[in-house]
Design a protein around this ligand. Sequence first.
Ligand SMILES: Cc1cc2nc3c(=O)[nH]c(=O)nc-3n(C[C@H](O)[C@H](O)[C@H](O)COP(=O)(O)OP(=O)(O)OC[C@H]3O[C@@H](n4cnc5c(N)ncnc54)[C@H](O)[C@@H]3O)c2cc1C
Length: 294
Amino acid sequence: MKPARFSYSRPEQLKELFELLDRHADSAKIIAGGQSLVPMMNMRLARPEVLIDINRLTDLSYIVRKEERIEIGALTRQSDIEGSELLKEACPILPFAVGKIGHYAIRQRGTIGGSVVHADPSAELPVIASLLDANIHIASSEGERTVPAEEFFVTIYTTDLLPMEVVTSIDFPVLEAGEGWAYRDFTRRAGDYAIVSVGATMKLDEQGQVNRMRLALGGVQDIPHNVKSLLDPYLDAVPDKEWMHYLVEEITSELDANSDIHASSEDRIELLKVLIPAAVDDALQRAKGGEPVK
Ligand SMILES: Cc1cc2nc3c(=O)[nH]c(=O)nc-3n(C[C@H](O)[C@H](O)[C@H](O)COP(=O)(O)OP(=O)(O)OC[C@H]3O[C@@H](n4cnc5c(N)ncnc54)[C@H](O)[C@@H]3O)c2cc1C
Protein backbone atom coordinates (compact mmCIF):
# COMPACT_ATOMS: atom_id res chain seq x y z
CA MET A 1 0.00 0.00 0.00
CA LYS A 2 2.42 2.66 -1.18
CA PRO A 3 1.71 5.54 -3.57
CA ALA A 4 3.14 5.77 -7.07
CA ARG A 5 6.13 8.13 -7.37
CA PHE A 6 5.35 11.84 -7.25
CA SER A 7 7.16 15.13 -6.87
CA TYR A 8 6.23 17.52 -4.08
CA SER A 9 5.83 21.31 -3.88
CA ARG A 10 4.81 23.46 -0.94
CA PRO A 11 3.91 26.98 -2.11
CA GLU A 12 4.06 29.88 0.36
CA GLN A 13 1.61 32.14 -1.49
CA LEU A 14 -1.48 31.83 -3.66
CA LYS A 15 0.39 33.30 -6.64
CA GLU A 16 2.95 30.49 -6.40
CA LEU A 17 0.12 27.94 -6.10
CA PHE A 18 -1.53 29.29 -9.27
CA GLU A 19 1.78 29.04 -11.16
CA LEU A 20 2.17 25.42 -10.10
CA LEU A 21 -1.44 24.60 -11.00
CA ASP A 22 -1.11 26.29 -14.41
CA ARG A 23 2.16 24.45 -15.10
CA HIS A 24 1.00 20.98 -14.05
CA ALA A 25 -2.81 21.16 -14.51
CA ASP A 26 -4.08 17.60 -15.01
CA SER A 27 -1.03 15.82 -13.55
CA ALA A 28 -1.14 17.67 -10.21
CA LYS A 29 -3.22 17.27 -7.08
CA ILE A 30 -3.60 19.66 -4.18
CA ILE A 31 -3.12 18.08 -0.76
CA ALA A 32 -4.73 19.70 2.30
CA GLY A 33 -5.40 17.31 5.23
CA GLY A 34 -4.51 14.24 3.16
CA GLN A 35 -7.23 12.20 4.93
CA SER A 36 -8.90 11.19 1.67
CA LEU A 37 -6.17 11.79 -0.90
CA VAL A 38 -3.41 9.79 0.84
CA PRO A 39 -5.54 6.61 1.20
CA MET A 40 -6.52 6.98 -2.47
CA MET A 41 -2.87 7.38 -3.47
CA ASN A 42 -1.87 4.40 -1.33
CA MET A 43 -4.48 2.28 -3.09
CA ARG A 44 -3.29 3.75 -6.42
CA LEU A 45 -6.79 5.05 -7.13
CA ALA A 46 -5.11 8.47 -7.46
CA ARG A 47 -1.69 8.81 -9.11
CA PRO A 48 -0.77 12.49 -9.18
CA GLU A 49 2.67 13.17 -10.63
CA VAL A 50 2.91 16.38 -8.63
CA LEU A 51 1.56 16.88 -5.14
CA ILE A 52 0.95 20.52 -4.19
CA ASP A 53 0.76 20.94 -0.43
CA ILE A 54 -1.29 24.03 0.53
CA ASN A 55 -0.59 23.82 4.27
CA ARG A 56 1.66 26.89 4.22
CA LEU A 57 -1.17 29.03 2.84
CA THR A 58 -2.29 29.79 6.37
CA ASP A 59 -4.37 32.77 5.17
CA LEU A 60 -6.86 30.12 3.98
CA SER A 61 -7.61 29.10 7.57
CA TYR A 62 -10.26 31.28 9.27
CA ILE A 63 -13.88 31.45 10.40
CA VAL A 64 -15.40 34.94 10.12
CA ARG A 65 -18.89 36.35 10.28
CA LYS A 66 -19.80 38.76 7.46
CA GLU A 67 -23.25 40.12 8.33
CA GLU A 68 -25.68 37.23 7.84
CA ARG A 69 -23.12 34.78 6.38
CA ILE A 70 -20.20 32.92 7.94
CA GLU A 71 -17.17 32.44 5.73
CA ILE A 72 -14.82 29.54 6.44
CA GLY A 73 -11.39 29.37 4.78
CA ALA A 74 -10.80 26.16 2.80
CA LEU A 75 -7.81 25.11 4.92
CA THR A 76 -9.74 25.38 8.20
CA ARG A 77 -9.45 22.07 10.06
CA GLN A 78 -12.67 20.21 10.77
CA SER A 79 -11.75 20.19 14.50
CA ASP A 80 -11.63 24.04 14.47
CA ILE A 81 -15.16 24.11 12.99
CA GLU A 82 -16.30 21.62 15.63
CA GLY A 83 -14.88 23.79 18.43
CA SER A 84 -15.84 27.23 17.05
CA GLU A 85 -17.85 29.29 19.55
CA LEU A 86 -18.86 31.63 16.71
CA LEU A 87 -20.41 28.72 14.78
CA LYS A 88 -22.03 27.19 17.88
CA GLU A 89 -23.83 30.52 18.26
CA ALA A 90 -24.57 31.43 14.63
CA CYS A 91 -24.81 28.13 12.73
CA PRO A 92 -24.75 25.29 15.30
CA ILE A 93 -25.66 22.55 12.82
CA LEU A 94 -22.17 22.88 11.30
CA PRO A 95 -20.05 22.09 14.40
CA PHE A 96 -22.56 19.41 15.40
CA ALA A 97 -22.40 17.59 12.03
CA VAL A 98 -18.64 18.04 11.65
CA GLY A 99 -18.21 16.42 15.08
CA LYS A 100 -19.53 13.24 13.49
CA ILE A 101 -16.75 13.03 10.87
CA GLY A 102 -14.59 9.96 11.52
CA HIS A 103 -12.54 10.35 14.69
CA TYR A 104 -10.91 13.37 16.34
CA ALA A 105 -7.48 12.62 14.86
CA ILE A 106 -8.99 12.70 11.36
CA ARG A 107 -10.83 15.96 12.07
CA GLN A 108 -7.59 17.57 13.29
CA ARG A 109 -6.02 17.09 9.85
CA GLY A 110 -9.06 17.06 7.56
CA THR A 111 -10.12 20.43 6.14
CA ILE A 112 -13.46 21.81 5.02
CA GLY A 113 -12.08 22.47 1.52
CA GLY A 114 -10.77 18.91 1.17
CA SER A 115 -14.09 17.46 2.25
CA VAL A 116 -16.24 19.42 -0.22
CA VAL A 117 -13.78 18.83 -3.10
CA HIS A 118 -13.58 15.11 -2.31
CA ALA A 119 -17.42 15.14 -2.69
CA ASP A 120 -18.24 11.86 -1.02
CA PRO A 121 -22.07 11.78 -1.02
CA SER A 122 -22.03 10.29 2.51
CA ALA A 123 -19.74 12.96 3.95
CA GLU A 124 -21.13 15.44 6.46
CA LEU A 125 -19.90 18.73 4.99
CA PRO A 126 -21.32 18.28 1.46
CA VAL A 127 -24.76 17.47 2.94
CA ILE A 128 -24.74 20.54 5.20
CA ALA A 129 -23.42 22.71 2.34
CA SER A 130 -26.30 21.52 0.17
CA LEU A 131 -28.89 21.87 2.95
CA LEU A 132 -27.91 25.46 3.73
CA ASP A 133 -27.26 26.57 0.11
CA ALA A 134 -23.62 27.32 0.87
CA ASN A 135 -21.46 29.12 -1.69
CA ILE A 136 -18.11 27.68 -2.76
CA HIS A 137 -15.47 30.33 -3.53
CA ILE A 138 -12.91 29.32 -6.13
CA ALA A 139 -9.75 31.02 -7.41
CA SER A 140 -7.17 30.49 -10.16
CA SER A 141 -4.71 32.62 -12.14
CA GLU A 142 -7.71 33.61 -14.29
CA GLY A 143 -9.59 35.20 -11.36
CA GLU A 144 -12.27 34.24 -8.88
CA ARG A 145 -15.72 32.69 -9.12
CA THR A 146 -18.42 31.54 -6.73
CA VAL A 147 -20.53 28.43 -7.23
CA PRO A 148 -23.64 27.53 -5.19
CA ALA A 149 -23.39 24.08 -3.55
CA GLU A 150 -26.19 22.66 -5.71
CA GLU A 151 -24.11 23.33 -8.85
CA PHE A 152 -20.75 22.45 -7.27
CA PHE A 153 -21.49 18.75 -6.65
CA VAL A 154 -21.67 17.08 -10.06
CA THR A 155 -21.55 13.36 -9.24
CA ILE A 156 -19.80 11.02 -6.82
CA TYR A 157 -16.24 12.29 -6.11
CA THR A 158 -16.69 14.90 -8.88
CA THR A 159 -17.26 18.63 -8.58
CA ASP A 160 -17.43 21.64 -10.86
CA LEU A 161 -13.79 22.52 -9.95
CA LEU A 162 -11.29 22.72 -12.84
CA PRO A 163 -7.77 21.23 -12.48
CA MET A 164 -6.09 24.65 -12.28
CA GLU A 165 -8.50 25.97 -9.62
CA VAL A 166 -8.39 25.98 -5.82
CA VAL A 167 -11.28 26.30 -3.38
CA THR A 168 -10.45 29.27 -1.14
CA SER A 169 -13.48 29.39 1.17
CA ILE A 170 -17.08 28.34 1.70
CA ASP A 171 -19.81 30.57 3.10
CA PHE A 172 -22.91 29.48 4.99
CA PRO A 173 -25.94 31.46 6.19
CA VAL A 174 -26.33 32.38 9.84
CA LEU A 175 -29.41 30.53 11.13
CA GLU A 176 -32.27 32.89 11.98
CA ALA A 177 -33.31 33.49 15.58
CA GLY A 178 -35.64 30.64 16.54
CA GLU A 179 -34.61 28.47 13.59
CA GLY A 180 -34.37 24.85 14.72
CA TRP A 181 -31.86 22.47 13.16
CA ALA A 182 -30.95 18.80 13.16
CA TYR A 183 -28.53 16.29 11.71
CA ARG A 184 -29.24 12.56 12.05
CA ASP A 185 -27.27 9.69 10.53
CA PHE A 186 -27.03 5.93 10.54
CA THR A 187 -23.57 4.38 10.74
CA ARG A 188 -22.58 0.77 11.35
CA ARG A 189 -19.94 1.80 13.92
CA ALA A 190 -19.21 5.10 15.64
CA GLY A 191 -16.87 7.12 13.40
CA ASP A 192 -17.85 5.36 10.16
CA TYR A 193 -19.19 7.24 7.17
CA ALA A 194 -22.98 7.53 7.31
CA ILE A 195 -24.93 5.01 5.25
CA VAL A 196 -27.76 7.54 5.22
CA SER A 197 -27.94 10.98 6.81
CA VAL A 198 -30.55 13.74 7.08
CA GLY A 199 -30.02 17.45 7.72
CA ALA A 200 -32.99 19.68 8.56
CA THR A 201 -33.86 23.21 9.63
CA MET A 202 -37.27 24.50 10.71
CA LYS A 203 -38.72 27.92 11.54
CA LEU A 204 -42.20 28.33 13.04
CA ASP A 205 -44.47 31.38 12.98
CA GLU A 206 -46.32 32.73 16.01
CA GLN A 207 -49.19 30.25 15.46
CA GLY A 208 -46.74 27.31 15.51
CA GLN A 209 -47.07 26.79 11.74
CA VAL A 210 -44.05 25.90 9.64
CA ASN A 211 -42.75 29.11 8.18
CA ARG A 212 -39.58 27.76 6.64
CA MET A 213 -38.13 24.26 6.31
CA ARG A 214 -35.02 22.81 4.69
CA LEU A 215 -34.18 19.13 4.26
CA ALA A 216 -31.23 17.39 2.59
CA LEU A 217 -30.30 13.72 2.42
CA GLY A 218 -26.80 12.25 2.36
CA GLY A 219 -25.64 8.81 1.20
CA VAL A 220 -28.77 8.28 -0.87
CA GLN A 221 -27.74 9.41 -4.33
CA ASP A 222 -24.43 10.34 -6.00
CA ILE A 223 -24.61 13.90 -4.67
CA PRO A 224 -26.31 15.34 -1.59
CA HIS A 225 -30.05 15.37 -2.26
CA ASN A 226 -31.74 18.65 -1.32
CA VAL A 227 -35.49 18.06 -1.33
CA LYS A 228 -36.52 21.73 -1.26
CA SER A 229 -38.79 21.39 -4.32
CA LEU A 230 -41.06 18.99 -2.36
CA LEU A 231 -41.50 21.05 0.78
CA ASP A 232 -43.94 23.84 -0.23
CA PRO A 233 -47.13 21.85 0.55
CA TYR A 234 -45.86 21.34 4.13
CA LEU A 235 -45.50 25.03 4.91
CA ASP A 236 -48.18 27.08 6.73
CA ALA A 237 -49.32 24.03 8.71
CA VAL A 238 -48.86 22.94 12.31
CA PRO A 239 -46.74 19.77 12.18
CA ASP A 240 -48.57 16.75 13.58
CA LYS A 241 -48.43 12.97 13.03
CA GLU A 242 -50.43 13.12 9.79
CA TRP A 243 -48.26 15.98 8.46
CA MET A 244 -45.12 13.96 9.22
CA HIS A 245 -46.53 10.80 7.63
CA TYR A 246 -47.29 12.56 4.34
CA LEU A 247 -43.96 14.41 4.36
CA VAL A 248 -42.00 11.15 4.70
CA GLU A 249 -44.20 9.47 2.04
CA GLU A 250 -43.71 12.39 -0.34
CA ILE A 251 -39.92 12.25 -0.04
CA THR A 252 -39.41 8.49 -0.06
CA SER A 253 -42.11 7.15 -2.39
CA GLU A 254 -40.47 8.08 -5.71
CA LEU A 255 -36.90 8.22 -4.42
CA ASP A 256 -34.28 6.40 -6.47
CA ALA A 257 -31.75 5.46 -3.75
CA ASN A 258 -28.34 3.94 -4.50
CA SER A 259 -27.52 0.31 -3.78
CA ASP A 260 -23.99 -0.75 -2.82
CA ILE A 261 -22.07 -3.17 -0.60
CA HIS A 262 -23.11 -1.19 2.49
CA ALA A 263 -26.88 -1.19 1.92
CA SER A 264 -29.49 -1.93 -0.72
CA SER A 265 -31.71 0.78 -2.16
CA GLU A 266 -34.63 -0.63 -0.11
CA ASP A 267 -32.56 -0.53 3.11
CA ARG A 268 -31.72 3.11 2.49
CA ILE A 269 -35.40 3.99 2.00
CA GLU A 270 -36.30 2.14 5.21
CA LEU A 271 -33.56 4.04 7.08
CA LEU A 272 -34.90 7.33 5.71
CA LYS A 273 -38.37 6.49 6.99
CA VAL A 274 -36.87 6.53 10.48
CA LEU A 275 -34.27 9.29 10.09
CA ILE A 276 -36.43 11.92 8.32
CA PRO A 277 -39.07 12.07 11.10
CA ALA A 278 -36.32 11.95 13.74
CA ALA A 279 -34.44 14.87 12.15
CA VAL A 280 -37.58 16.92 11.47
CA ASP A 281 -38.73 16.35 15.06
CA ASP A 282 -35.32 17.40 16.45
CA ALA A 283 -35.48 20.60 14.36
CA LEU A 284 -39.06 21.19 15.50
CA GLN A 285 -38.14 20.80 19.19
CA ARG A 286 -35.29 23.28 18.77
CA ALA A 287 -37.59 25.69 16.88
CA LYS A 288 -39.92 25.54 19.89
CA GLY A 289 -36.98 26.51 22.09
CA GLY A 290 -36.36 23.08 23.59
CA GLU A 291 -33.81 20.36 23.02
CA PRO A 292 -34.51 17.13 21.12
CA VAL A 293 -35.29 13.96 23.03
CA LYS A 294 -32.38 11.57 22.30
C1 LIG B 1 -10.66 6.63 8.63
C2 LIG B 1 -11.37 7.82 8.02
C3 LIG B 1 -12.71 8.02 8.33
C4 LIG B 1 -13.37 9.12 7.78
N1 LIG B 1 -14.68 9.28 8.10
C5 LIG B 1 -15.36 10.33 7.58
C6 LIG B 1 -16.75 10.56 7.92
O1 LIG B 1 -17.36 9.84 8.70
N2 LIG B 1 -17.35 11.63 7.35
C7 LIG B 1 -16.70 12.48 6.48
O2 LIG B 1 -17.31 13.43 6.01
N3 LIG B 1 -15.42 12.29 6.16
C8 LIG B 1 -14.73 11.24 6.68
N4 LIG B 1 -13.42 11.06 6.35
C9 LIG B 1 -12.79 11.97 5.34
C10 LIG B 1 -12.25 13.24 5.99
O3 LIG B 1 -13.30 14.11 6.34
C11 LIG B 1 -11.31 13.95 5.01
O4 LIG B 1 -10.55 14.79 5.77
C12 LIG B 1 -11.92 14.79 3.92
O5 LIG B 1 -12.78 14.04 3.10
C13 LIG B 1 -10.85 15.37 2.99
O6 LIG B 1 -10.29 16.46 3.59
P1 LIG B 1 -8.73 16.67 3.53
O7 LIG B 1 -8.46 18.05 3.98
O8 LIG B 1 -8.07 15.57 4.28
O9 LIG B 1 -8.44 16.60 1.97
P2 LIG B 1 -7.32 15.85 1.13
O10 LIG B 1 -7.39 14.38 1.43
O11 LIG B 1 -6.03 16.53 1.29
O12 LIG B 1 -7.88 16.13 -0.33
C14 LIG B 1 -9.11 15.58 -0.77
C15 LIG B 1 -9.39 16.07 -2.20
O13 LIG B 1 -9.63 17.46 -2.19
C16 LIG B 1 -8.67 18.17 -2.99
N5 LIG B 1 -8.45 19.42 -2.28
C17 LIG B 1 -8.19 19.57 -0.96
N6 LIG B 1 -8.23 20.87 -0.62
C18 LIG B 1 -8.50 21.56 -1.76
C19 LIG B 1 -8.69 22.94 -2.05
N7 LIG B 1 -8.64 23.89 -1.10
N8 LIG B 1 -8.95 23.28 -3.32
C20 LIG B 1 -9.02 22.35 -4.29
N9 LIG B 1 -8.88 21.03 -4.07
C21 LIG B 1 -8.63 20.64 -2.81
C22 LIG B 1 -7.50 17.23 -3.12
O14 LIG B 1 -6.77 17.47 -4.31
C23 LIG B 1 -8.20 15.89 -3.16
O15 LIG B 1 -8.73 15.64 -4.43
C24 LIG B 1 -12.69 10.01 6.89
C25 LIG B 1 -11.34 9.81 6.61
C26 LIG B 1 -10.68 8.74 7.17
C27 LIG B 1 -9.22 8.54 6.85
